[in-house]
Design a protein around this ligand. Structure first.
Ligand code: GLU
Length: 310
């Protein structure tokens, strides 16, 4: 039985793009009798407040999605994350880095490396003996970066996006442990997915390069490789991924305006090539005959006015 997860970051409120990805993940797992866990990635971003976690759960329930087992908070698993960091340190696969964001921007050759920001130019690779030396020399507590092997192509066989290949130069040595003493997203995700027995991942295609980074970590830590599916994002009419500039597309905001969850599901269904009428009845009505490969390949486009209060 496949086991997947919803892994929201409770950094703000869920918007229509998150909602569509979660609906697809739910349908993809449930239609095959799989299990779906909920892990709240509350390590991501600045200190996440308790209320933000509650609001995330409320948004999912409002939409009609459910999950199996208890809600797992990533912040409760720090000892596991730390153990993984120590393994990487012992194997010499990570190094301390004292660069600030500005240092990296200044040193990077490509000024605009897309939404992911500049590729780390490797400034601290081989620069410090250990964390103590790095801190003594700079007065900064170091982050830890994974040493990405040079000259490799990391291939991802994606159930939806097909075969994708990422040259290691484009990934750059990435952070696995932050200066503030907490695990970075890439490390926390692979440790938690492995421990929760997650063998299938479905998420937005903005995370495809992260799938390549996570693959390197999974290999380094001897963890199983989950199957991957990355689906197109929801974008505005300008082709850019949903953000504040496109108006309030948060589920909480729509709810406040009096939009019914049935109407939100109908829109998500239309964007996904599914039956809108069935979607109004509830996510379960979409299960029969659901096939991930029939979801459109193009990004879904949000336009104001698509959802008006009833
Ligand atoms: N927490 C991440 C996000 O909301 C998703 C992580 C993942 O699916 O691996 O963007």
């Amino acid at each position: 039985m496949p086991r997947g997860r919803l892994a929201p970051s409770p950094t703000g409120v869920l918007h229509l793009g998150n909602a569509r990805t979660f609906l697809l993940a739910w349908l993809d797992l449930r239609s095959r009798g799989g299990e779906l866990l909920l892990r709240v990635e509350d390590l991501d971003g600045p200190r996440v407040r308790k209320e933000a976690v509650q609001a995330t759960l409320e948004d999912l329930r409002w939409l009609g999605l459910d999950w199996d087992g208890p809600v797992v908070l990533q912040s409760h698993r720090l000892d596991r994350h730390r153990a993984a960091l120590e393994r990487l340190q012992e194997a010499g696969l990570v190094y301390p880095c004292t660069c600030s964001r500005r240092d990296i921007e200044r040193a990077a050759s490509a000024p605009h490396a897309g939404e992911e920001g500049p590729v780390y130019p490797g400034t601290c690779r081989g620069r410090w003996q250990d964390a103590a030396e790095a801190e003594a020399a700079t007065g900064r507590r170091p982050a830890w970066r994974f040493r990405v092997p040079e000259g490799q192509r990391i291939g991802i066989e994606d159930r939806f996006a097909g075969h994708r290949s990422f040259p290691s130069e484009g990934l750059g040595d990435f952070v696995v442990w932050k200066r503030d003493g907490t695990p970075a997203y890439q490390l926390a995700v692979v440790v938690d997915d492995a421990e929760q027995g997650v063998d299938e991942i479905l998420r937005g295609e903005d995370l495809l390069p992260s799938a390549a980074r996570q693959r390197l970590l999974q290999e380094a830590l001897d963890l199983p490789l989950p199957r991957q599916a990355h689906v197109p994002l929801v974008v505005g009419e300008d082709g850019r991924r949903l953000a504040k500039r496109h108006g309030d597309t948060s589920l909480a905001g729509l709810r406040r305006q009096g939009v019914e969850p049935a109407e939100v599901r109908a829109l998500l269904a239309r964007w996904s090539g599914l039956d809108e009428e069935a979607a109004r009845a509830g996510p379960a009505a979409l299960l029969e005959g659901f096939a991930l490969e029939r979801v459109p390949r193009e990004p879904a486009v949000w336009r104001p006015g698509l959802l008006d209060p009833g």
